[in-house]
Design a protein. Structure first.
Length: 185
């Protein structure tokens, strides 16, 4: 009886450990794919947007969401997974989520990159327990007008953001109220 009990406990803990190891390897494989997609999205952004290339040289870190999906009909939601890159290396994984209400309809996917220009802005990302776009460090959404006047001498904000690779139809993109939280290494 005691031998069977120890065997069952050993079998249970062995299966539990194997399950946890498998889950961690699946997570790691997912992170590896996300990392590759993030670097590919940044290469695409740099090839099409000279202002992003200017910011890349000055940024302390870049948080890139290669694919954010937004859908809605009166009530909307958006979600995506992202990668924080510092000095060319991945240093963290993040989620972005938002909900909205109003006159809206459609489905859209887009890339989103935030260039953190100061150590304080980057520190706020993790200190805040969930960075909310529209609060905290000053953020500039770089559109064509801003991009034309952006040079290394005109940089003055804490965070610059780009929306790129838009696909689908949706009545406008708003990042106000989006919440960004760290989910992994």
């Amino acid at each position: 009886m005691i031998g069977k009990l120890h065997f069952r406990q050993l079998a249970f803990f062995t299966l539990l450990a194997a399950g946890l190891l498998f889950q961690n390897s699946v997570k790691a494989a997912g992170y590896n794919r996300l990392d590759r997609n993030a670097f590919a999205a940044l290469r695409n952004l740099y090839s099409t947007t000279p202002a992003a290339r200017i910011l890349r040289k000055q940024a302390v870190a870049i948080l890139v969401f290669p694919r954010v999906v937004k859908a809605g009909f009166i009530v909307g939601a958006q979600t995506g997974k992202g990668v924080l890159i510092k000095r060319g290396r991945v240093v963290g994984h993040y989620n972005i989520a938002a909900a909205s209400y109003g006159l809206q309809a459609g489905l859209q996917a887009f890339g989103y990159a935030m260039f953190f220009m100061s150590p304080n802005a980057l520190a706020y990302l993790d200190k805040s327990g969930g960075f909310e776009v529209g609060t905290g460090p000053s953020l500039v959404l770089v559109d064509r007008g801003v991009a034309k006047s952006l040079t290394t001498t005109t940089l003055g904000k804490d965070v610059y953001a780009f929306i790129f690779s838009q696909k689908g139809l949706m009545g406008g993109i708003g990042l106000q109220g989006s919440k960004i939280t760290r989910v992994g290494p």
